[in-house]
Write a protein that binds this ligand. Sequence first.
Ligand SMILES: Cc1cc2nc3c(=O)[nH]c(=O)nc-3n(C[C@H](O)[C@H](O)[C@H](O)COP(=O)(O)O)c2cc1C
Length: 224
Amino acid sequence: MELLDAIKSRRSVRAYKPDQVPEEVLTELLDIVRWAPSATNTQPWEFFVLTGKVLTDLNHATVAKIREDMKPNPDIDLFEKPPKGHYAKRQQKFFKQILGIIEPEEGKDKMQNWFEMSVGNYGAPARIVIVADKSAPGWFAFDIGIVTQTIALAAQEYGLGTCILGDAAAYPDEVRRIANIPESKQIIIGIAIGYPDWDHPLNSLRTGREPVEELVTWCGVAEE
Ligand SMILES: Cc1cc2nc3c(=O)[nH]c(=O)nc-3n(C[C@H](O)[C@H](O)[C@H](O)COP(=O)(O)O)c2cc1C
């Protein structure tokens, strides 16, 4: 796939086929994405690949936390600053889109159902959890953002879909306990990964973007 096509056609995949992703494929993917840039080449990322019983146990444990009404307690400040102003408008638009597609299970509201699907990895057979050591230097979250998008883009070359999951960092103690991740590691983000079920209604969601003219200010353009 051409790079520009990969950038433009990538979208979050929220329904997957049950097929496992071969370990060699995930290994090759992670071998490629480690070429992502990072501040002063500190490479502050480590990958834990969760599949099988570990992933199922984590999904169940996290859904249980939500049902106990347990407040998210992420390692880094991810949920504390809700969007305001035009950010809130964009978020509302997205919520309306996704909640318009979700068919909630009996007795559940759509928001709760969505959160449960999200922490449940949307049924994907694997999740890449990206962690940073607690001693990681200042730019680490930025660097992990870059490697996260690199995974999402490169995955497409293997016919794989992804959904970046901030929700996967909501209950880090559960992630560490179940995936046996040392206390010294901060859970930054999760990425659901697997073969997309393109026929599923959840994968019909198409988000938009603001027009480029509204985002760009030209400074010091040379006169003709
Ligand atoms: C940092 C980050 C966290 C995200 N967390 C979630 C999540 O927990 N659950 C989810 O369904 N999507 C999550 N997403 C996906 C976004 O909702 C999605 O990227 C956005 O709506 C744009 O849609 P697109 O990826 O299809 O282009 C996250 C994306 C990013 C970059």
